[in-house]
Design a protein around this ligand. Sequence first.
Ligand code: PGA
Length: 259
Amino acid sequence: MTPAKIVAANWKMNLNKVEALSLASEVLETVRRENLYNVITILAAPYVHLYPCARLLEGIGNFPVSLAAQNCHHEAQGAYTGEVSASMLRSYGVEYVIIGHSERREYARETSPMLLAKLKMALKNGIKPIFCCGEPLAVREAEQQNVFVEQQVREVLTGLTPEEFAQIVLAYEPVWAIGTGKTANATQIAQMHQFLRSILLSIQPQHGLSTSILYGGSCKASNAAEIFSIANVDGGLVGGAALDAREFVNIIAAAQSLA
Ligand code: PGA
């Protein structure tokens, strides 16, 4: 049986309290009204919105929408002013965490050893990481994307035990497609996802086939069905298009139509 498709919203640093809660409620209500239960829907909200969103979800009961954080710290606790730990997130019902997004690699200078430590800390606390990889434009133009992405993936995922590896989700997000409106074409996505599958299988033969691989980068309602029908694309990580409830739910609906 193929695993359920995953559609994750990455809200990034957007939305105030009122906007975040109204977006979350509208997504939840529409998912329920339209019976979009065969997709794992994830909302990756900024830290401050996680608790109110968790309360919204609690009120609904058994429901296929999960919360994610957009980052967590790699240490368990201590004198790290301004940081948030994986155990704090878990205590608020957070089930997933995005790790290694290209914006954090770039602006927060996150390195592979740090990302591996974050993955392990999240997993130790029962949170499933959505681990991101993807090449910048110059690397794609030089046709070095496979070498680049393989290094990003191997440097981190070879450090996981088989049990840890079995819990992760991988996301391929070409940096040049993020927030640019420029989606990778079907051939580029197909080639990279097949390549990633082969890397996952070579790292962990027993789990590599069942790891979900998401595509991210200007994914929207009008291209979601085409992207999600490509082999080895198990869903999407959606930024800009996830800030509009109707648009985001249409992406979930596209995933469900292929389930
Ligand atoms: P985008 O962002 O959909 O706005 O391109 C995707 C992401 O950064 O996760």
